[in-house]
Design a protein around this ligand. Structure first.
Ligand SMILES: [Zn+2]
Ligand SMILES: [Zn+2]
Length: 148
C-alpha cells in the first residue's frame, strides 16, 4: 500500500500532560486498527495507530517502555499514563497512537486485525480490510517472522 496518501507537513502530537511530544513526518493518511486482547487490555478498547517515515520524540525521560511480548514493546508516559506507541521489534517499526494527534479529516483505515478477538459490543462502521489473528500470524510467518 505504498501509494497511500501522506500528509505534506509533519504533524506533532502529545500525551495528556504534555511531557512527551511526537513529531511524525510524511504520515500516512490512514490508521491501523488492532482488536487483539492485549491491545484491549492496554488501552481499554481497540488500538488505532498511525505511521510515517520518521518520528522525533521529545521528553524521552518521561517515557516508560514495556516489553509486552517477544516481538513487541509498548510505550507510555510515566506521568500521565497516555499510551504512546507500539514497536514491532523484528523490524523496529513503530506506530503511534492516533489519538495523540489532531489529525485532519479524511483518514482511512488501512486494515483491522485480530477481528476474531473483537468484543461484540462495538463495530467500526467504515469499510476496511479485516484479518483474523491466525491470518495475521500466517502473513507474518510468510514474511519470515517467528512467533514461537
Ligand atoms: Zn504525559
Ligand atoms: Zn493488538
Amino acid at each position: 500500500m505504498s501509494d497511500t496518501a501522506r500528509l505534506a507537513e509533519p504533524v506533532t502530537g502529545h500525551c495528556l500532560c504534555g511531557a512527551v511530544t511526537i513529531t511524525v513526518t510524511a504520515m500516512r493518511c490512514e490508521v491501523d486498527i488492532c482488536h487483539c486482547g492485549m491491545c484491549q487490555r492496554w488501552g481499554g478498547v481497540f488500538y488505532a495507530g498511525v505511521k510515517g517515515e520518521a518520528a522525533e520524540v521529545t521528553g524521552e525521560d518521561a517515557v516508560t517502555v514495556y516489553r509486552s511480548s517477544q516481538w513487541a514493546e509498548r510505550a507510555f508516559c510515566g506521568t500521565c499514563g497516555s499510551n504512546l506507541w507500539y514497536r514491532f521489534l523484528p523490524t523496529g517499526n513503530r506506530s503511534f497512537l492516533a489519538g495523540l494527534f489532531d489529525l485532519p479529516k479524511g483518514f482511512g483505515i488501512e486494515q483491522q486485525i485480530f477481528v476474531d478477538e473483537k468484543p461484540d459490543w462495538y463495530d467500526i462502521a467504515r469499510e476496511s480490510p479485516m484479518l483474523t489473528g491466525p491470518e495475521v500470524i500466517a502473513e507474518a510467518k510468510a514474511h519470515g517472522f517467528s512467533f514461537d
